[in-house]
Every structure is written in structure tokens, then in C-alpha cells.
Design a protein around this ligand. Structure first.
Ligand code: MN
Length: 334
């Protein structure tokens, strides 16, 4: 799980230990296991938020852990062209490469620690796929895709992209020097990550060495979720055990404690977690397929707009026409 790593954690700024006079450790209110499934053209995912109610997740809607999978040559898969409206998709690639193209003419390649932040807003069509060279070669593929809701006032904003390169991510160390903490978006302990979010939130990827502990200061007005990408450890003041594929939802407080087991299995020595939280939007959510709106009528409207081509058209590929061109072969034979 390379994402971005550093040779020497000890040179990084340290996250100070919470002030015991004011720290209130957040307890764990639920722990769930992400079931396995398939997305797009059939790449393996874990549904990280399965079984958790939307009110606890707010402002988040959905998260897939994509992989981790070692593809054989010819095996890598992506998605067909599809629409979105009403929220943001955040794609963080830890291993491997994903290409993205959209109906606005945008797109790019994300790889090994890069993040792509797409604000679908009023609506967009896009496609996500491994590049041709990776399809041919096969190889490791591991990432996450997170859906961040938008408040009603921003659901109709124009689509926008941010490509966040791995080298821009804010890097911090835990107070004990045993954890590398990557701030991808939002603020942590006074350090700000590169992702600019419509909905106030913080997204962190932390890698803990065996027996390391990290206490993250966490805004009391944000929710707090920890998803385990790999390894084993404990979360919260009551040291609730947690392992790969599990999500912990935290209750109120202003600090999140994560600790790696002292006795990991040799294949996965480190504990890798995503820590995420944001300010709840507290609006009604109506969600179906690729659309996240406030009412059922708005979702039905989104399906209608998509069918009518109002969410954009698929751009030309290699000069191919975007509307049907027909010819009469019999005419050529005469
Ligand atoms: Mn998509």
C-alpha cells in the first residue's frame, strides 16, 4: 500500500497530544463490516458504509474500497459512461492507475497517492477506467471512492474538478513518531490538506506501525468515521478491536484515538486507516443510483434529464462521430 510514503517519519511535524484539560475522546457507537461486491464492468469493491444509516454518515453518502486486487494481464476493469448529479466523488488511488474522462472535456490520470475530486453538481457524464497499458500488463489496483453530499443550495452548481497530486498531500507524524498521517483534504491539527471541499470536511489516510498510537484532534462539529484499509488494531478510548474492511462510527467529542496491534500478521504489518468527518448537512436525502438529491421528484427529474441528454453528451473519441452516421453499402456497390 504505497500511496505516498516518506523515508524518515521523524522529520515530519508532529501532531501534538490532546490537552488532557480539554480533550474528550470520542467513543465508538457502531462497528460494521463492509460486504464485498462488484462495480462498473466488474472490479471488486467493499461497500464501506453498508449497514450504517445516512444520518450517521452525513455529509457522506457512500464509499467503496476498490480492490485491493492483483490483476492478471487483460483483467483490469473500469466503468462504462455514466451520469452523476447532486454530490461530489472523491477518488483516492493508493496503488495502480485510473483514467477519467468526462462530458465537459475534463479528465486525467490518477495514480499512487493521487486524488481526483469531482463536483458533479448539476450533472455530468464520466467514465473511469484503467489505462490500456495497465489492462495489458495487469498489476496491483487499490483505491477508494467516496461520495460527499452537497447541500441543496449547491446541488445545481457547475461541475468542477480538482486533481490533487500525491506530492501535495500534507504529511504529519503522530506524537509517538509511529504513524504517518496524510491530510488529503480539510484541516488537521492546524495543517491543511490540498483538497478544497464544498462541504466542510477532513479526509486523512494514516499508516500506523505495529504498536503505534495516534490521537487525532477532531472538530466537535464534524462526525468521525474510521475505515480500515488493511491491518488490525483498536479504536476509541475503550480500545474496540477493528480490522480490514470494518468501519467505526464515533460519538461526540473532540479527539479520535487509533492504535495498531503490537502483534500484526506478517503479511500486513501496518494498520492503514481512512479517517473522515464533516459538518452534517442535515437535509433530506433522496438517493437512487448515480443521483443524490433532496426529494424523490428531483431524483426522477435527474433520470429524465439523463435520458433526454441534458446531463451532457459523450465526447468524440479518436475522431469518431457522436451522432449516428449511416451509409448505404448497396449504393457503393452500384
Ligand atoms: Mn462515477
Amino acid at each position: 500500500m504505497p500511496a505516498i510514503t516518506v523515508d524518515d517519519i521523524t522529520v515530519l511535524p508532529r501532531i501534538p497530544l490532546p490537552d488532557p484539560a480539554t480533550a474528550r475522546a470520542r467513543g465508538v457507537i457502531s462497528r460494521t463490516l463492509a460486504p464485498r461486491g462488484f462495480e462498473g464492468e466488474g472490479f471488486p469493491v467493499r461497500r464501506a458504509f453498508h449497514g450504517v444509516d445516512l444520518a450517521s454518515l452525513d455529509p457522506f453518502i457512500h464509499m467503496d474500497q476498490m480492490g485491493e486486487v492483483e490483476y492478471a494481464p487483460g483483467e483490469p476493469k473500469g466503468t462504462p459512461w455514466h451520469p452523476h448529479r447532486g454530490f461530489e466523488t472523491v477518488t483516492y488511488m493508493m496503488d495502480g492507475t485510473f483514467e477519467h474522462s468526462d462530458s465537459n472535456g475534463g479528465g486525467g490520470v490518477i495514480t499512487n497517492g493521487d486524488t481526483q475530486w469531482m463536483t458533479a453538481g448539476a450533472g455530468i457524464l464520466h467514465i473511469e477506467k484503467p489505462p490500456e497499458a495497465l489492462v495489458v500488463s495487469g498489476g496491483l489496483f487499490h483505491g477508494i471512492q467516496l461520495w460527499v453530499n452537497l447541500p441543496a443550495a449547491q446541488k445545481w452548481s457547475p461541475p468542477r474538478y480538482q486533481d490533487i497530486r500525491a506530492g501535495e498531500v500534507g504529511l504529519l507524524a503522530s506524537a509517538d513518531g509511529g504513524a504517518l498521517v496524510r491530510v488529503i483534504a480539510g484541516e488537521l491539527a492546524g495543517y491543511t490538506g490540498p483538497g478544497s471541499t464544498s462541504t466542510p470536511m477532513t479526509l486523512v489516510h494514516a499508516t500506523l506501525s505495529p504498536d503505534a498510537t495516534v490521537d487525532l484532534p477532531w472538530r466537535a462539529d464534524y462526525n468521525a468515521l474510521v475505515y480500515v484499509l488493511g491491518g488490525r488494531g483498536t479504536v476509541g478510548p475503550d480500545r474496540i478491536e477493528i480490522e480490514a474492511g470494518q468501519l467505526a462510527v464515533f460519538g461526540p467529542g473532540n479527539a479520535v484515538r487509533i492504535a495498531a496491534t503490537a502483534n500484526p500478521d506478517s503479511r500486513t504489518p501496518n494498520l492503514d486507516v481512512l479517517v473522515l468527518g464533516g459538518r452534517p448537512i442535515r437535509e433530506p436525502v433522496a438517493w437512487a443510483g448515480p443521483f443524490v438529491m433532496n426529494t424523490r421528484e428531483e431524483v426522477m427529474q435527474a433520470f429524465e434529464d439523463y435520458q433526454a441528454g441534458r446531463l451532457g453528451s459523450i465526447p468524440a473519441v479518436h475522431g469518431a462521430p457522436t451522432t449516428v452516421v449511416e451509409s448505404d453499402a448497396r449504393a457503393a456497390e452500384e
